[in-house]
Every structure is written in structure tokens, then in C-alpha cells.
Design a protein around this ligand. Structure first.
Ligand code: NAD
Length: 391
């Protein structure tokens, strides 16, 4: 995505905005808090308030990042220097040079540094409360399940897994071990997207009539040798990586899940890259009341939009999914909202939920729901655009 995962660690400028979401939280109170069942987990608007309370006297929860790639290095670790409810307590990496560099940079004790072989010993480590899985998609299931067996709460990056069966196994493992599982859906914690939830779900401009969502960007960095191009590791192409944000955006605009999808793969213009995963895909999500979300995602274009038209007005976010620089507009004028350091807000909120042994507003059930939709989109595209119902 053009969410610039290679951005340098220049986020301290956002510190001054840390308090702003408290205000936002209060503007969206009053929506019905639906249960966290799979069908209704998308209606997370009101639940945010629940995780707003910070426990100043309580100790910060320790997070161990598993996988020290771009997202961990450039977003999560810097964010964990600013979080109030959690901190970077440990790391899990297969690369000894990274272990040394991170140890020095973040002052991580040697006893909190693991590799993929001795990872299970983390069960004995009282400094680590949460394991945050930031590995290639196909590895999410193994490390989430191992973390759950070690009795650690888990945050797992999106997409939750590469198959519905894996997502279900992850959820089961967390339930069996009585730990919480949350997905790294950062946009649920961010003012522009929370405003979209409010506009759509509270029908501020009347009923939503149509939605458009496009998220595209070159994620290859000009390299053929990356896991994102390998179906076994990525589960698929831009749909899994970027399109998932469109799926999410349409669902939280509506506050309901789609009833069916239709999809079509795009043309392959760069076959040396896209021989295993799709280069681009377009799809429609059909909601119960006949509303259709028209979506597109590609590794070869550059688009970043979430927009809706309602009975009495419209709104549009663009850029929508980037870490920063979001812009929003409604039929009444520009959205006057701040860009915040959303990973700080996300992890603080999730840590607070875990501390209270409550589900995050973006629980594993939501990740499983989305996996079913992503797989239905692929099923439709493979079948030449057949309408696939979502169960
Ligand atoms: P990356 O390629 O930069 O990092 C992957 C890490 O996994 C590396 O440290 C690599 O060494 C390690 N790894 C371990 N085993 C590996 C294997 N067999 N093959 C390849 N790498 C292996 O990827 P990334 O961009 O940091 O993405 C990691 C996860 O985070 C993905 O699931 C991705 O979807 C997610 N992500 C989320 C966001 C977000 O905004 N929420 C942004 C970027 C990435």
C-alpha cells in the first residue's frame, strides 16, 4: 500500500497529538455496543470507549515483537517508545545481528531475546505479557498458537492468516488457553476512520447508498525475492495485503457484514513479478439492504480511497490508509481531524483491554470474519466472477 511501510522512524512529531482521541472517543459514544460475535464484531464504534480508561497506577504490559522486519522496525518499535499501557519488553528474531542491534538500541535485556527455536521458553518469562506476531502471513498461525500455549495474549498482524482453517485454529488456541487475541487493525483507533464509522453507522447523512474503496501500491520495492510475491507465505497478493483495508472500510461504514461478493482478477502486465499471486483484483461486496461496495486493490497502481454516498450527503478519505497524511472531506467541507500515531493508540488500547481480560475492539473473531470474506473474493475471481454468498 502507499502506506509507506519503509518510512523512516520520524514519528515523534505526532507526540503532541496523543490526547486527541479521547475527545474523539466521546463524540462517538452512544452507539449500541454489539456483542463480539463474529457477525457483529465489526460494529466496534462504541466499544472503543471501554478501552479508553488508562490505569495510571498499573504496570505497563510487556510486548515481545516476533519478526523484526519493516513494520516492526519502522512503526511498532518506535510506537512502543510512546505507549503508556505497554512497552517493548522483548524480541523474537532468527537473525543474531538484529538481536544485537535491537538489544542495544532499545535496551532489551538478554533474557528477553528469543529465536524461533527457543521461543516457547517465553512461557516462563514474566516480563512478557503480550506476543505481537509481525511475520509473513503464513507464519501467523504457528506463532499465535505457540504464544497462546505459552499463556501470552496475542496481537497478530493482518491478514490474520492465509486460510480460514488456520484463523479458526488460532482463535481456538487462544480460547483454550484463556488468552486474548487481537488483530493489528490500526485504523479502528484513528480519528478519520472512526468518523467514517460514525457517519455510516449513525446515518449522519441518512442511509449509505454506495461505497467505493481502493487501496493499491507497489509493495515489491523492485525485488522479485520478497515473501509478498510468494503465495505460500503471503496467501495471495494485494487483496491479502492492501485490499483487506477496503473490506474492513466497507464493513465499518455499514456496521454489518456483506451477504455476498463477486470478483475479477486484473490483467497481469508484470508477469515476472506476478506469476504466483495476483497483480490486481477488483470486487464488489453486496450488503443486505442492496448497498454495494465497489473495491479494487493492486500492486501495480497507486490508489488510496475510502468514500461513500448517502441519502443526504457524501464523504471521502484520500489518502485513507496511509500511516499519516490522511485527508477527509464530506459534502459539508473538509474533515477537521488530526493525524495521530495510530499504532500507539492501537497498542495502548489493546493492552488496556488485555489487562482487564476483555476482548479488543478488533478481536480474533473479526480477523476470522475477514478471512472468510477474502477467501470468498478469491473463490469468485477464480470462478470468473460467480456470486459467492458469505455464510
Ligand atoms: P517484512 O518482510 O519487512 O518482515 C518480515 C519479517 O519476518 C522479517 O524480519 C523476516 O526476517 C521475518 N521472517 C521470518 N521467517 C521468514 C520467512 N520464512 N520468509 C520471510 N521473512 C521471514 O514484512 P513486514 O512488512 O514487516 O510485514 C510483516 C507482517 O506485518 C505482515 O503480516 C504484514 O501484512 C503486516 N503489516 C501490517 C501493516 C499494518 O499497517 N498493520 C503494515 C505492514 C505490514
Amino acid at each position: 500500500m502507499k502506506t509507506n511501510r519503509n518510512q523512516p522512524e520520524a514519528f515523534n512529531r505526532r507526540k503532541f497529538l496523543k490526547g486527541v482521541t479521547l475527545t474523539l472517543g466521546t463524540t462517538i459514544l452512544g452507539l449500541p455496543l454489539l456483542s463480539m460475535s463474529q457477525k457483529s464484531a465489526e460494529s466496534s464504534v462504541a466499544a472503543e470507549n471501554e478501552s479508553e480508561q488508562t490505569g495510571a497506577q498499573k504496570r505497563k504490559l510487556g510486548i515481545a515483537l516476533v519478526g523484526l522486519g519493516q513494520y516492526s522496525a519502522n512503526q511498532l518499535a518506535p510506537a512502543l517508545q510512546e505507549t503508556e499501557n505497554c512497552y517493548l519488553a522483548g524480541i523474537v528474531t532468527g537473525t543474531p545481528s538484529k538481536a544485537q542491534a535491537w538489544k542495544t538500541k532499545y535496551n532489551i535485556p538478554a533474557k528477553n531475546i528469543y529465536n524461533y527455536e527457543n521461543f516457547d521458553e517465553i512461557a516462563q518469562n514474566k516480563d512478557i505479557d503480550i506476543v505481537y506476531v509481525v511475520l509473513p502471513n503464513a507464519m501467523h498461525a504457528e506463532y499465535t498458537i505457540r504464544a497462546a500455549k505459552a499463556k501470552k495474549h496475542v496481537i497478530c498482524e493482518k491478514p490474520m492468516a492465509t486460510t480460514v482453517a488456520d484463523a479458526q485454529r488460532m482463535l481456538d488456541a487462544c480460547r483454550q488457553n484463556n488468552v486474548q487475541l487481537a488483530i493489528g487493525y490500526r485504523l479502528h483507533f484513528e480519528p478519520f476512520h472512526r468518523r467514517v464509522m460514525e457517519l455510516g453507522q449513525k446515518q449522519v447523512y441518512g442511509k449509505v447508498q454506495q461505497i467505493e474503496a481502493r487501496n493499491s501500491g507497489d509493495q515489491t520495492n523492485g525485488s522479485l525475492d520478497i515473501w509478498r510475491l510468494n503465495k505460500k507465505l503471503a496467501g495471495g497478493g494485494p487483496l491479502m495485503d492492501l485490499g483487506i483495508y477496503c473490506v474492513q472500510g466497507a464493513i465499518y461504514t455499514m456496521g454489518t457484514t456483506p451477504v455476498a461478493v463477486t470478483a475479477k482478477f486484473g490483467e497481469v502486465t508484470k508477469p515476472s513479478y506476478f506469476y504466483d499471486v495476483e497483480q490486481s483484483i477488483s470486487w464488489q461486496m453486496e450488503f443486505e439492504n442492496g448497498v454495494v461496495a465497489t473495491c479494487n486493490s493492486s500492486y501495480a497502481d497507486d490508489e488510496n480511497v475510502l468514500s461513500s454516498k448517502a441519502e443526504k450527503g457524501w464523504w471521502k478519505l484520500s489518502p485513507s490508509y496511509a500511516y499519516e497524511g490522511k485527508k477527509g472531506e464530506t459534502s459539508e467541507g473538509p474533515m477537521n481531524l488530526p493525524n495521530i500515531y495510530e499504532q500507539v493508540k492501537q497498542m495502548d488500547s489493546q493492552a488496556e483491554s488485555f489487562r482487564r481480560n476483555k476482548p479488543s475492539i478488533v478481536p480474533g473473531e473479526m480477523g476470522l470474519r475477514d478471512m472468510k470474506i477474502l477467501m470468498a473474493i478469491y473463490e469468485s475471481a477464480k470462478a470468473g466472477g460467480k456470486r459467492v454468498p458469505i455464510n
